[in-house]
Design a protein around this ligand. Sequence first.
Ligand code: NAP
Ligand code: MG
Length: 494
Amino acid sequence: MLSLEALKAKLAASSFDLYIDGEWTPSRGAERITVDDPATGDPLTTIAAGDAADVDRAVAAARTAFRTGPWPTMPATGRAALLHAFAAAIEADVDALALLESLDTGNTLASVRNGDIAMAQQFLRENAGWATKLEGGVPMTTSGTQGLGFWTREPIGVVGVITPWNAPFLMMVQKLSPALAAGCTVVVKPAELAPLTALRLGEIAKQVGFPNGVINIVTGYGHIAGQALADHPDVNMISFTGSTAVGKAILQASGRTNLKRVILELGGKSPIAVFADADLEKAATAITREILFKSGQYCAAGTRLFVQASVHDALLARIGALMDDAKIGPGHEPTTNMGPMISEKQRQRAESIVDDSVKQGARIIRGAARREGPGYFYEPTLLANVTPSMRVMQEEVFAPVIAAQAFDDDMDLDALAALLNDSSYGLSSKIWSSTLGTVHRLARKIEAGLVVVNGGGGEGPMPFGGFKQSGYGRENGRAGIEAFTEIKQIRMAF
Ligand code: NAP
Ligand code: MG
């Protein structure tokens, strides 16, 4: 495996093109986008700024591969075998992939290697299993009925995959796995801020032997390449993960053009409820770890903390102390607990939201400042005395920032649920309590696609997605792959 210095030298000497129809090909336009290292701000390499003409070429290749095969027409076991081979090739390359993703995103090496890349392999293998298990149905008919009616599923066609920068490798594989298993062909538009592992996945796909045109990758700006994909009249579906604002633009693009199907995994502002009877040490550790993970740039992170009054001060003191202990540095250094944010723009946005909230009376327990020096580092931040109207309680900060407030020890669960649900988002939520009845009753009242109790449990991917403005549709599992199919009813007389 390459050392960090060798990897940087290799990237500096490379200039990445687009992956269309099984070939690396330059963009028709001359513009290049510089990709930087968020831990230093230094340039790493450049990528092509794909435009609408490039998206056209990629969609045409995907359409030809869809129409003429062999992808949608091969036995499902053949597609499953290639998905397993893809997972095995990722496994063989895991160290290099982890270093590349960590360098590009700033996420810690351990979180990328043991989290994102491990989960990505799970998604590939799980969906390889689903490839052979998609079914239609035959309703029972009265004996002697002339004819037969049944329904079947077909792959939806050409899918546009648009991904964010915070977990670029995982998001791309999470979407590719069910799309490919179902027999679709894809055009991927990765985020321009962290596109390098997406491009590496293109190389791996070529090496594994996916037929030409099945996977295409067009790097470029969201408002140009992403928009061209969302507007394209020959794209059947967009699977998007990113911000709520861009999700709305994609839904509008669908309505304006060809009513392409849309799956949206959007932002979050997830509440955490901590009761006095919880294991407070465990809660403090998990809450802190989650906000350090990806420097708080994690859609499902718990960011609005509601604590029962009698344990409020103790819990906040403990979280503050754990934040003090965190080792902050480049993600690719093995001892780092938290890396940089992705860009200066994101850091300034976080600063502005935190500063506004402090001006309105939020109390700083810890942080609320950038870390001086190179790179886009922001201190882990804990604010108390927040009120519902503050920006830090309403807007997704996407930074290592937790906003806390106390709730009365005798507050009833409906009133607490109203506090937790006071957000336009509904992606995730967390409850910490050792009373089963409290947990059950509150879980049912929360408006979110995910409720994590006492740190969570279980195994394997389950349907994931948001309520309210956190999204549209579900990823993973049966619902996740069925989203990439159309149902067709067939009625025959004989
Ligand atoms: P973003 O700004 O919405 O961008 C996401 C992707 O959309 C990028 O590839 C972007 O390209 C592209 N894009 C931008 N404008 C577009 C347009 N007009 N048409 C089509 N595509 C366009 O989000 P982000 O800042 O990368 O990611 C952070 C957001 O993602 C947060 O809100 C976070 O909560 C959300 N997220 C959600 C989940 C989930 O599962 N629910 C998971 C992870 C992240 P460029 O980057 O090149 O502009
Ligand atoms: Mg980068």
